[in-house]
Each structure stands twice: as C-alpha cells, then as structure tokens.
Design a protein around this ligand. Structure first.
Ligand SMILES: Nc1ncnc2c1ncn2[C@@H]1O[C@H](COP(=O)(O)OP(=O)(O)OP(=O)(O)O)[C@@H](O)[C@H]1O
Length: 721
C-alpha cells in the first residue's frame, strides 16, 4: 500500500524503512510514534493499530485506510500509506509536532484555552468537517484528542477513517449489545437507537469539543459512561453559561448553543456554521494557536511527563472512593469514543450503577441545566483524581536532555504556571529535581533554592484550583492489546532510550488497570481492565475464547458487554469493587470453608475456574510489581525500615538503596508508605483468595476424578451384566 504523500513523495510499505522513535500518543486502539522515514530522512508519525482488537475484517480496514489516504484537505490529517506489520496496522501520517489539543490542555492548560485560540482551532476543525461532509463522510470522533497541532500553528483533524472502520463495520448486527468508551461527545440521536444519524452528529460533537476546549474537559466527563448517556439523552444540552462563563463572548456562546441542539435537524451544517460571526472574527492560527506551545518542551517529553503523572496519580488515588471518577476520567482522558452500542444494554447497566447519590447528582445537574455553569462548583465537586493535574503533581521541574546528548537547555515552562509545589512532588513519588530538556528525556538533577526562586519569580499568578483536570490516560486497552511483537519493540526502545524512572512510570501507568482490575469471571472481555482477555496465556486464552465466543458480542475500546454478561447481571448485579477501580460482576466466590460436597453441588467446572484463578493470580503479581515500584520511590530509610518490620516485602536491591540515607523523611512520603501498606494488605487478601480458590480447585478436581471413576465403575458393571 505504498503511495504518494501530499508532497508527492512516495512512502514505502516496508516497516524496516521506518525507524520508530518516541511514543507521542496513545488511544484506545493505537499507539502513535514519532518516526523517521529512512529513505527520505523525513520525520513522520506512525500509528500502530492493534488488529487483535479490531472488529472489522481486514478488507474493511484496508479499504478504510485507503479511503483515508485519498482524503486531501489542509485541515485533515491524511495517511501517506498503511500496511500490516504482524498483528498491527501501521498508518504512516505527517507528524504533527505539537500533538493533540487534549494533550496540550492536559500538560499546560487544564482550565482550557483562551477564546482567541479556541476560535482559530474550531474554525480550522470546522473547515475539515465541511470538507468531509461534502465528500459524504461523517467523522464520528470529533474531540480535542483528535485535533492535532503543528509547530507552525496548523490545525488538523485526525483519526478519520481508520477509527471508523475499527469500530464500525457497517454491520450493525455485529455491534449490538456492545458499549464502548465514553459517550461524552456523542449526539443524543447517536445514543438512541432507531433514529439514525448523519453528519449533524459531528456538529454536536463539535459543540462538545468547543466546551472541552473552553474548560479543559468535556461535559459530564466525571461520570461513568452509562450515566453520561442518560444525561445526554435526558438533560438539557450542555452549554456555556451566559452569566458565569463571563470570559467568553456572546458570539461564542451562541455558536455553541447552535451546535448543541438536541433536534439534529435544527443544527446548522458545517458550511453554515462557518459563516457564524464567531468564526468570521477568528484569528489565523499562526497568531493565536502557535503561542500556546511556544515555551513547551517537545511532545514526547510531554507525553512522558503525563505518564509520570499518571503513575503518581495511580499511587496516590484513593481507590475505593475515587474509583468511579477514575473510571469516568480514564475513559474521558483516553478520549475513547465509539459510536456503536446498544442503548438497552447501556440502560441496563445504567440502572444498575445508579444509586441515590447518583440520582441526587443528576437532579442537581438537571437543575443547573448548564453543565458548565459553575466552573468552580463543578470543579470542586470533581474530586479525587481530578486534583492531580500535571502542574499540581509534577516537580518544580526543569527537564534536561539525555537522549540526543545536546546541551542541556532548561525549560521552565512548568514552573511558569506556578502550580508545582515541592510537596506535590514528594507526594507524587516522583524524584525531585528532574530536569527536562527541550530535546531529551528526563533526568535527575540538583535544583537549588535560588533556581527555584527564579522559576517562581517568573510564575504567572494563577489560582490553583481544586478541579478536575485532564490527567493522563490509564491506558489499559491500548497496552493490553499490543501484540507481543509491539510490546517487545516498545520495551526494547524503552530500555535503550528512556530513563529507568520514566520506564518505571510507564510500566506503572500501563499496569494501572491491571492493578485495579476486577477479579472476575473471564468471560467478560473488558478491555477496560486486567479482565480483558489475557492473550499471553495460551491455555487460558483458549478456554476464555471458547467460553466467551458464544456470548461475546463485541469488544471495543475498554468496555464490552456480552449477552452472557447481561444475563449474569440479572442475578449478580454489577457492583463497584471494594478494592478495585472498575465495575465488575459480582462473581460470588464460594466461601473458603465450603466442603467438597458443597463444592460439587455448585457445579463449577474446572475449565471455568482455571482462567478465573489465573486472572486472580496475574492481578496478584501485578499488584506485587506495583508495590515494588512504589517502594522504590520511597525514601530508602523508610522503605528499608518498613521492609524490616515485615510490613512490606523485601526491597529490591538497587544502587539507590545503597546510598546515604536521609533520615528526615517527609510527611508526604509517609503517606505514600501508608498507601503502599494498604496496597500490600490488598495484595495479601488477594493472595489469600487465590490460595482458597486453588484449594477449592483441587477439591473440585478430586470430586471430578471421583465422579468419573464412579461412572467408569458403573459402566464396567453394566457391561458385565
Ligand atoms: N500524526 C500525529 N502526529 C502527532 N501525534 C499524533 C498523531 N496522530 C495521533 N497523535 C497522538 O496520538 C494520540 C492517539 O492517537 P489516535 O487518537 O489516533 O489513537 P486512537 O487509538 O485512534 O485513539 P482514540 O480511538 O482513543 O481516539 C492523539 O491523541 C495524539 O495525541
């Protein structure tokens, strides 16, 4: 599928012609790398889509990729070419050096952009939509995460085509009973079956994206997907509040209101919307957009920083209390959206997750009508994880070069925002004094007080608000779905290029869902957690697939629903796990004290139990890993002490542990240690559970053996008679 790019250059379909460099983005189905196209020595982006997670057949994907490569508009990211590498589809695209608007907000503008920049970004995006709609396409995934920026301020809409085919084969039957991702950006008609939708659905998503850019997050993003769905359908449309959103012009508010009309026929076309006064007065992006990232380090370092932050976030979050927000946030942050699912299933789930509090909140939302009416109020109630934005949690960092060996060029942009506190750093478990170079990765360094002061003196005074922010994605699906070859490639590169700290953080981030994943029967193939099919374990996978094939309707993104799941739900409702951050089916494990006789009566087959045990086992090991990682972020003295007290497992020996011990451990670090202890308690519980299950399994095995030999005896006796 090698072909000409827009610059009339030819791009080969030979993977060895592309040298993958840093990871610059990740989504539900793909990881995106900066890469060099060796024959031309040109920087490109390579999006690696995991075909294992694709619902479409290969021809559909190939067709869509080809369609994507035919798209030719200055505001649409086109594909130069695409080809299959093992179980991945590689899509070669122009590299958009400043990444997505979502990343930019997460890293530097947690409260959203100023209106001038929003106007420019939206205008360029609308031009792209106008073009696509006139070509007969619906984008179906318009959101800040898919609006990419180039260093010169060029704005392009990405993810057209492939994402569509990945999640919609056009055969709706195959999509039934499935819900994936967050419906934050989805139009009501998309969420309601039978109505049908058209390009106006993109206009709704465009309106939601406008709110996202204005506030740093999409409406309802704190809620679980099912609730978002109900709110989108039942509530008045979200919008910019005329009184409270004073920083935005009337014209902007009007434009958003025009997009967010529930009746799709009343929404303007992209062409008409472009004529709105808000866009007439929009500045050229090179004036208003370019300056947004003027002081920022390179994209890949931002991505690493976000991953670090995610690791810290993971370590700090209060699992039980924040898990619902975490799920919603992680969905939102990941920016997953797919438009195929069955409304009844969603409603079934929604009815199960709603509790009194939820209803009260929903009522409150109804009363407020305008979701964004009170930024402060809204943000205050968005607790938990939300408080951890990069500025809140990353060090007063300056990041220094390491990768290319260039001169260290300190970048103080993080501190400029005035949101980074030393204490936050300690709390985050990140090493202090990380230096971040404009072209390298992170490395530790000494930061003197005077440096700090200088940095702080340059700080813009900005109120540190307790609000929901767009913290980096916990990216279970994308990671779990990587083919082993890609994992190998990634880890190889990490070893070579990324500093251990970052590597460790990445591992933590990637394992985050594993840590928090539910213990569940394996036939729920959720990609939202560890409970997604564990592809690496051969035997398990087989049994899993056998079990699930009959019932699994579709796996998309990180949520999936199967008809069997729904049956399960009836008798065994969805519930929030006490210890994990995901919704799970209450699998009602048998009591440990159960006698073999009772066990037999349960009719639990070994084939069902085995994968369950393996799942349990895997989670336990992953938790162990996580604890080890956390331990290594503790002050050595404390960690050693905790370890010696028997509170924690033995510390891994490392050079850090051999160094001099700082006896003055901070309060924050002690808190972190408490977290670690909590985690360890959970791990112990899981281990106990695992042991009990193993025991039960052995008993069942014995029962089965006894039964089968009894059967044989009977057969033999009958034969004799
Ligand atoms: N051409 C590109 N240049 C630079 N960064 C890119 C490029 N394409 C994608 N990215 C980055 O990678 C991220 C993920 O890419 P993309 O949205 O295509 O993945 P995805 O799996 O399709 O995501 P999702 O389905 O969640 O929208 C983007 O949000 C963006 O930050």
């Amino acid at each position: 599928m090698g072909r000409m790019g827009s610059n009339q250059r030819t791009y080969s379909a030979n993977p060895s012609d592309y040298k993958l460099l840093e990871e610059v983005g990740y989504g539900a189905s793909a990881t995106v790398y900066r890469a060099i196209y060796l024959p031309l020595n040109e920087v490109v982006a390579v999006k690696c889509l995991d075909l294992d997670r694709c619902n479409s057949n290969f021809d559909d994907i190939r067709r869509e990729a080809q369609t994507m490569s035919l798209i030719d508009h200055p505001n649409v990211v086109r594909a130069y070419c695409s080809f299959v590498v093992e179980r991945n589809l590689w899509v070669i695209m122009p590299f958009m050096a400043e990444g997505s608007c979502l990343h930019l907000m997460k890293i530097a503008y947690p409260d959203g952009f100023e209106e001038a920049a929003i106007g420019s970004i939206l205008k360029e995006t609308l031009k792209a939509l106008d073009y696509l709609h006139k070509q007969g396409h619906i984008h179906r995934d318009v959101k800040a995460g898919n609006i990419l920026l180039d260093t010169n301020g060029v704005v392009k809409l990405a993810d057209f085509g492939v994402s569509a085919c990945m999640f919609d084969t056009g055969d709706r039957q195959h999509s039934r009973n499935t819900f994936v991702g967050t419906p934050c950006w989805m139009a009501p008609e998309v969420l309601q079956p039978g109505n049908g939708y058209n390009s106006k659905a993109d206009i709704w998503s465009f309106g939601i994206t406008a709110l996202e850019l204005a506030h740093g997050h999409a409406p309802f993003s704190k809620y679980p997907p099912m609730k978002v769905l109900l709110m989108t359908i039942q509530n008045a449309p979200p919008g910019l509040d005329y009184d409270r959103d004073k920083r935005f012009s009337k014209s902007f508010k009007e434009m958003v209101a025009m997009c967010l009309v529930k009746d799709q026929t009343k929404r303007p076309t992209a062409e008409k919307l472009l004529k709105h006064s808000f866009f007439k007065h929009a500045k050229p992006p090179e004036l208003s957009v370019k300056k947004l990232f003027a002081d920022l380090p390179p994209l890949w370092n931002r991505v690493k920083a976000l991953q670090l932050k995610d690791a810290a976030q993971l370590a700090l979050k209060k699992m039980p209390s924040a898990e619902q927000e975490a799920m919603s946030l992680s969905e939102y942050q990941q920016g997953v959206s797919a438009w195929n699912f069955d409304i009844d299933d969603l409603k079934a789930q929604a009815s199960l997750v709603r509790d009194d509090d939820d209803m009260a909140e929903m009522k409150e939302e109804d009363e407020n009508i305008k979701f964004f009416g009170s930024d402060k109020d809204a943000s205050d109630c968005q607790s938990g994880l939300g408080k951890l934005n990069l500025y809140d949690k990353l060090p007063q960092a300056k990041f220094a070069a390491q990768v290319s060996g260039n001169e260290v060029q300190q970048v103080e942009w993080l501190s400029k925002k005035g949101k980074i506190l030393d204490s936050d750093l300690q709390e985050s478990g990140c090493p202090k004094n990380i230096i971040w170079n404009s072209n390298g990765s992170t490395t530790e360094a000494t930061s003197s007080t005077s440096e700090k002061d200088v940095v702080l003196s340059r700080t813009k005074s900005q109120t540190v608000k307790s609000r929901q922010t767009q913290s980096g994605p916990l990216m279970p699906g994308a990671v779990l779905s990587h083919s082993s070859s890609e994992r190998a490639r990634t880890s190889e590169r990490c070893e070579n290029e990324i500093q251990p700290l970052v590597e460790k953080a990445n591992r933590e981030v990637r394992r985050a869902p594993s840590f928090s994943g539910p213990l569940m029967l394996p036939n729920r193939a959720s990609a939202n957690s560890l409970s997604a099919p564990i592809k690496s374990s051969g035997g398990f996978r087989d049994s899993l697939e056998d079990k699930s094939k009959a019932n699994l309707v579709q796996i998309k993104g990180r949520f999936s629903v199967t008809s069997e799941n729904l049956d399960l739900v009836k008798g065994s409702p969805l519930r929030k796990s006490a210890s994990v951050g995901d919704w799970m089916y209450d699998s009602k494990p048998m009591p440990i004290s159960q006698s073999p006789k009772d066990s037999t009566n349960n009719n639990v087959s070994a084939s069902l139990l085995t994968p369950y045990l393996q799942n349990l086992f895997q989670q336990t090991s992953i938790q162990q890993d996580l604890i080890m990682n956390l331990l290594s972020t503790l002050q050595p003295a404390e960690a050693v002490e905790a370890s010696q007290n028997g509170k924690l497992p033995p510390l891994p020996r490392s050079s850090e542990n051999n160094g001099s011990v700082d006896s003055a451990a901070s309060e924050k670090e002690r808190l972190l240690q408490i977290k670690v202890s909590e985690l360890q308690t959970r791990m112990t519980n899981l281990t106990d559970e695992l042991t009990a299950e193993k025991l039960k399994y052995m008993q069942l095995q014995q029962q089965l053996n006894a039964l089968s030999s009894e059967d044989q005896n009977i057969d033999r006796r009958e034969g004799v008679e």
